[in-house]
Design a protein around this ligand. Structure first.
Ligand SMILES: *[C@@H]1O[C@H](CO)[C@@H](O)[C@H](O)[C@H]1NC(C)=O
Length: 384
């Protein structure tokens, strides 16, 4: 309804020459709105490349994800978190930092990824705590995502957003929201939730969602194969067992996923060309934060687009030239660029559980050829 009021207000300011064009359009939309289902309160908003959210009249939220399909969320704590400024902030943050922001790669967002990880654990029957842990696992991410690691992380340190998580959380109302709904604060420690986080190369919701979302968006995995992976997903031995694990019940599907993961790693996550852009952006940001021209608190307060404007304003002529090179030249040729020592080589060895078996086993055991394929990839990358 608010939208309607706004439209009529706009009309009163419109020059009379356009009013006669606008009026029939408004009338048409008014008539159309009568046919909109009574429980649809607002139109869907984009959460990123593959996902929309829609607030319904009964205060539930309908999530539509191209990979996962529809998920209706009605639990008050989840509805409140999904609408909180802290979670919504992640819509303005590109999963792939500078390359995503500049439109050189698909504009996958931290919001759709966080909600995707949440949907995955929800689908296998995780507790509400584990669902919240999945939704909030990236909540302390800064603008431009991992680009900031290249700007501000000290050697040997974890990701910047993880190191500064507690400091960030203290500035938010999230602890208060959780307390009001009786949710334990330990959900901020996602490592306590094995369906959400597991050491590489095992499967977990965080790793699986970014794998599917990136592999599909970058054209490394067919949508129907991504959906088969989701259809093959289970929590083993159960979603509430202490030693619970995300597994796939089909080795063939697990192999398709694991191969797509390696291809995406080679061409995207550990691509020397992408890392080169991260480093050059990181250098400018590092210099500006060091010099006090950009306050590091801002990293949690602005979107990628707002931050880029700030950088341009604060940059000296040399830094501005570096920024303009990034904008104009785009992703450099991979040839000749070396893989930096800090680069993480990512592979997957998901656990497979075929109904009836007592134990799950890594794909490399079920299918030993995968074990050697995976080793070969690691070797080829470390010789790069
Ligand atoms: C809220 O509305 C949706 C969409 O019409 C419906 O599917 C859902 O069951 C409703 N939820 C509740 C809790 O009434």
């Amino acid at each position: 309804m608010t939208e309607w009021r706004l439209r009529f207000l706009n009309l009163s300011h419109a020059p009379s020459s356009t009013a006669h064009i606008l009026f029939p359009i408004i009338l048409l939309r008014l008539l159309l709105s009568i046919h909109v289902g009574p429980t649809e309160m607002s139109s869907p908003t984009s959460a990123g490349v593959l996902q929309t959210h829609q607030l319904m009249e009964n205060h539930s939220i309908l999530i539509r994800d191209e990979i996962y399909g529809e998920e209706l969320v009605h639990e008050p704590v989840l509805v409140e978190l999904l609408q909180s400024p802290e979670v919504q902030r992640l819509q303005g943050i590109c999963q792939h930092g500078v390359t995503g922001f500049l439109g050189l790669t698909p504009r996958v967002t931290r919001l759709e990824h966080s909600v995707g990880a949440f949907i995955l654990v929800r689908r296998v029957g995780a507790t509400i705590e584990e669902q919240v842990a999945a939704l909030l696992h990236d909540i302390s991410h800064t603008t431009l995502s991992h680009v900031i690691d290249h700007a501000l992380s000290k050697p040997g340190e974890g990701s910047y957003h993880e190191v500064h998580k507690t400091r960030y959380l203290e500035t938010t109302r999230l602890p208060n929201i959780l307390a009001r709904h009786g949710i334990n604060q330990n959900v901020f420690d996602e490592e306590l939730f094995p369906l959400v986080e597991m050491l590489s190369p095992q499967l977990c919701a965080d790793r699986l969602d970014y794998a599917l979302r990136d592999a599909v968006s970058f054209g490394k995995l067919a949508m129907e194969d991504a959906r088969r992976v989701v259809g093959s997903l289970k929590a083993f031995p159960s979603a509430t067992a202490t030693r619970r694990l995300l597994v796939l019940d089909n080795p063939h599907v697990a192999l398709i996923l694991s191969r797509a993961y390696i291809t995406t790693d080679k061409d995207v996550w550990s691509s020397p060309a992408h890392i080169d852009m991260y480093q050059r952006t990181g250098q400018v940001i590092g210099e500006l934060v060091e010099a006090g021209s950009v306050d590091d608190k801002v990293l949690w307060q602005v979107s990628d687009a707002e931050f880029w404007t700030l950088l341009r304003q604060a940059a000296n002529p040399e830094q501005l030239r570096a920024i303009e090179r990034l904008e104009e030249e785009g992703i450099p040729e991979d040839n000749g660029l070396r893989l930096p020592h800090c680069a993480k080589i990512r592979t997957l060895d998901p656990d497979v559980w075929q109904g009836g078996e007592k134990q799950s086993a890594p794909l490399s055991i079920v299918l030993p050829t995968w074990g050697s394929e995976r080793q070969q990839y690691i070797l080829s990358r470390s010789q790069h």
